[in-house]
Design a protein around this ligand. Structure first.
Ligand code: ZN
Length: 240
């Protein structure tokens, strides 16, 4: 039995399957991956712009960076891999997605049971008083109508806590899962990289580059997220 068949087998027998996705899930939608060698990470020091410090003390840079990301994302869309996961949820094969991505592609593809661990780039609030704001107000560099504070997207910046509810949901679902499939994350960002280790179920790792974490997993599928998901879906669709 090869690894694809093994995972196909586990997907069929699992009573609760949770998927954890990272940047590699979005790169095939044309979204640059911060940490791959060709990604923005090498061109932009994220630790200098995606921070509370930048927001508070260098707002023009912070604003320029997120305006650019929002405009880039407007040109991208979910790919077949996102649609396959949405279909699996509908078919009862997949029970929950936890994602590090802020692009909302899982929701756009039709998935409903999604925890966005690093927030969403499509909703906005005042950094000072928390009042929600529109995308248009943010892009126009307006200040908060309530307190004149800086507007910001609802993403988790370096130095901020993860959203409590999303984190607790992801944690409890992963702990009680029979099967956890990690897709397209380098597992470098704490604390999300701890999540796969919290399960007593089987752990599968799908990634383009299999990093040093490989030994933690029961099965490895090396390849691009979309391509591996298409192959798995083909297997699942046969001999139903
Ligand atoms: Zn405010």
């Amino acid at each position: 039995m090869n690894n694809l068949q093994k995972v196909d087998d586990w997907l069929r027998s699992s009573k609760k399957t949770v998927v954890l996705t990272g940047a590699g899930m979005s790169t095939e939608s044309g979204v640059p991956d911060f940490r791959s060698a060709s990604g923005w990470w090498t061109k932009t020091d994220l630790q200098k712009v995606a921070t509370v410090d930048a927001l508070e003390f260098n707002y023009p840079l912070f604003h320029e960076f997120y305006s650019m990301r929002i405009r880039l994302l407007e040109k991208c869309a979910p790919h077949e891999g996102h649609h396959i996961l949405a279909k699996w949820e509908k078919d009862g094969i997949l029970h929950r997605i936890a994602t590090q991505n802020v692009d909302g592609f899982h929701f756009q593809a039709g998935s409903k049971c999604v925890d966005e661990l690093h927030g969403s780039i499509y909703t906005f609030r005042c950094h000072s008083c928390g009042q929600s704001a529109s995308k248009e107000s943010f892009l126009a560099k307006e200040r908060c109508g309530h307190c004149q504070g800086y507007l910001r997207p609802n993403v988790v910046l370096f130095g901020e806590m993860l959203p409590e509810k999303a984190w607790q949901n992801a944690l409890s679902n992963i702990q009680s899962a029979d099967l956890v499939i990690v897709i397209g994350t380098s597992l470098e960002v704490y604390p999300v990289n701890q999540l796969p280790m919290m399960t007593k179920g089987k752990k599968v790792y799908i990634n383009k580059e299999i990093a040093s974490h490989a030994s933690y997993f029961d099965c490895i599928l090396e390849g691009k997220a979309k391509e591996v998901l298409i192959k798995l879906d083909e297997l699942l669709s046969t001999n139903k």
